[in-house]
Design a binder for this molecule. Structure first.
Ligand code: AR6
Length: 174
């Protein structure tokens, strides 16, 4: 499914983010930037060791304390069919605290980094909806609103949803 969201072409795909032919794929990382499960695991597995090498250099430099939640940083995409991986750290869902703005910030900051790279197409997973426990309906609302509100030169934003319920949640928001 595809449509326009302001000036941005928005595409929904059910599938694996590591297979996307786009300029940049976004990784649902953690602050350590040292890999993990879910999307993060898949990206490092298929992208190969070059990505982790660059993450290590980031940790040795500007990101000595790790990448803060809601921020984003780019590395090579290694062997993936994309040019860059933009790593962002979603918030862990909390029932007692509203962390929505941190989740929106992941989308905003990833698009800002994409602009600095000159990336025209960017694929996002449903950040925070796996291990970090965010209910997918709410995460879809936040993601779509954040992309809609973003001031970006990116032409195409692709949401890549792993399963049918996540796809349906995003479809309902468009
Ligand atoms: N392609 C697209 N979507 C996927 C893929 C894939 N290959 N694999 C899983 N998903 P998660 P989070 C979906 O857990 O919640 C890691 O350990 C998945 O079904 O990857 O932000 C990191 O290192 C879910 O809908 O990310 C962090 O520690 C969505 O992607 C932590 O997990 C996000 O699930 C981040 O947790």
């Amino acid at each position: 499914m595809a449509g326009m969201l302001g000036e941005v072409k928005l595409t929904l795909v059910q599938g694996d983010i590591t297979e996307q032919r786009v300029d940049a794929v976004v990784n649902a990382a953690n602050s350590s930037l040292m890999g993990g499960g879910g999307v993060d695991g898949a990206i490092h597995r298929r992208g190969g060791p070059e990505i982790l090498e660059e993450c290590r250099r980031l940790r040795a430099g500007h990101y000595g304390k790790g990448l803060p939640t809601g921020q984003a940083v780019a590395t090579t995409a290694g062997r993936l069919p994309a040019r860059w991986v933009i790593h962002t750290v979603g918030p862990v869902h909390s029932a007692s605290q509203d962390r929505s703005d941190l989740l929106a910030s992941c989308y905003r900051e990833s698009l800002r980094v994409a602009d600095t790279l000159g990336a025209a197409s960017v694929a996002f997973p449903a950040i925070s909806t796996g291990i970090y426990g965010w209910p997918v309906d709410d995460a879809a609302r936040i993601a779509v609103e954040a992309v809609q509100a973003a001031d970006t030169r990116v032409d195409e934003v692709r949401f890549v949803l792993f399963d049918a319920p996540a796809y349906a949640a995003f479809e309902a928001r468009l």
